[in-house]
Design a protein around this ligand. Structure first.
Ligand SMILES: CNc1nc2cc(C(N)=O)ccc2[nH]1
Length: 386
């Protein structure tokens, strides 16, 4: 039988230190058996044990200290048991820093076929080969343990917005019951002793009293951190931000807060300002594969013919080794020609930009100048690319 990989030599603990605040913005440090994570942090998405179009050494060069793995994809292929037999996800993908995994629940609802959700869990068919699965809170934690994930997620039910209050309440209450079962499984697998973390996920849609109930009930359980779920699911940005204003004050102060699936650079700036510590989003990697660059002065679409003769790099001041050796004209050519190097260079640029933005916010909070950083960054984006 496959057993979870052994924790690395040395530290076997998880901790979070709240180092400084500036308004509601927080500067912290997460410690896991695979190193530390300076927060606020952006976690590049490594869905199928790879950050698409990047070598992990280059992901590390951007300053990223934690990447996300998707339980749904990995349980289908190559399976958690095979990854465990091969030494765990860190070894499998050659990443020896921190790995956070999601529970699989969100992607079952968005990718799998013939889904049937009940009190026990969710039954579905693989989008790859139609094979049937039954994902329960216990199985999701077991899979994440087999992968050797440092930060694991409870199984929850995330619904799309807009939704009726009754539906939001049903899904939130189910997620609370699943939180307890996830925690029991995590402790059966000695997660805390291995220095791993399990995060509870706050649900409640766009309904203030349900958000507060979810946050308060989860806060009574000994989770190492808490995610804000159920957002970036079709609601306008102002609704997402209003929900943060409601939810964050009801969450434990001295535990990390992770806003799932978010977001654009502007989402990150607004959410750090409200007290979020961790983010993940496919935006920078997916955009890079579609010819779109994120820069200090906003987005640049390299497909656009205006770049065809432009000898300048994307950003003269960027320290990203992937983009300051190449002209916009060259990037435009690669994108128009459909060359793989185009996707690689733009993905690297985008992850590097996201890490630069997070580093800027961390330094501003440390210096007590977050409001100034916020205003200047908004101005730079408004200036746009010239
Ligand atoms: C891209 N938006 C997004 N919202 C999410 C919510 C969850 C959740 N578990 O509520 C997970 C992943 C998510 N990704």
């Amino acid at each position: 039988p496959a057993v979870p990989p052994p924790a690395p030599e040395g530290t076997k603990h998880f901790s979070f230190k709240l180092l400084k605040t500036d308004g509601r913005a927080r500067r912290g440090e997460i410690s896991t058996p695979h190193g530390t994570v300076q927060t606020p942090a952006f976690m590049p998405v490594g869905t199928q044990a790879t950050v698409k179009a990047m070598f992990m050494g280059h992901v590390e060069a951007t300053g990223a200290e934690v990447v996300l793995g998707n339980t749904y994809h990995l349980m289908l292929r190559p399976t958690a048991e095979r990854v465990a037999r091969l030494g765990g996800l860190h070894k499998f993908m050659n990443w020896n820093k921190t790995i956070l995994t999601d529970s699989g629940g969100f992607q079952v609802m968005s990718l799998a076929q013939l889904r049937k959700l009940d009190e026990d869990g969710v039954r579905f068919q693989s989008h790859i080969d139609g094979q049937r699965y039954h994902l329960t809170p216990e199985r999701s934690v077991e899979i994440q343990g087999l992968l050797g994930s440092d930060i694991q997620m409870q199984l929850d039910e995330c619904i799309k917005l807009p939704a009726e209050r009754a539906e939001v309440s049903r899904a939130m209450e189910l997620s609370l019951r699943w939180a307890v079962r996830s925690r029991e499984q995590f402790e059966r697998m000695d997660g805390p002793a291995k220095g791993q973390a399990l995060y509870g996920i706050v649900q409640g849609g766009d309904v203030p009293d349900l958000r507060i109930r979810s946050a308060e009930e989860l806060g009574k359980l000994p989770f190492e951190g808490y995610s804000v779920g159920g957002l970036a699911v079709g609601e306008p940005q102002h609704v997402m931000l209003e929900m943060l204003d409601i939810t964050l004050p009801a969450m434990p102060t001295h535990k990390p807060r992770y806003l799932m699936g978010v977001g654009t650079p502007d989402d990150l700036l607004e959410s750090v300002r409200r007290g979020i510590d961790q983010f993940d989003c496919v935006m920078p990697t997916r955009a890079g594969r579609h010819g779109l660059a994120y820069t200090r002065f906003g987005k640049v679409n390299l497909k656009n013919a205006r770049h065809a003769d432009d000898p300048r790099p994307l950003d003269e001041a960027s320290t990203c080794e992937a983009t300051n050796h190449y002209s916009r004209a060259y990037l435009h050519h690669l994108v128009r020609a459909g060359e793989g190097l185009g996707a690689m260079l733009l993905t690297w640029n985008n992850i590097h930009y996201y890490q630069d933005l997070m580093r800027g916010m961390r330094e501003a909070i440390e210096a007590g100048t977050f409001d100034d950083f916020y205003a200047r960054t908004k101005e730079d984006w408004a200036r746009g690319d010239i």
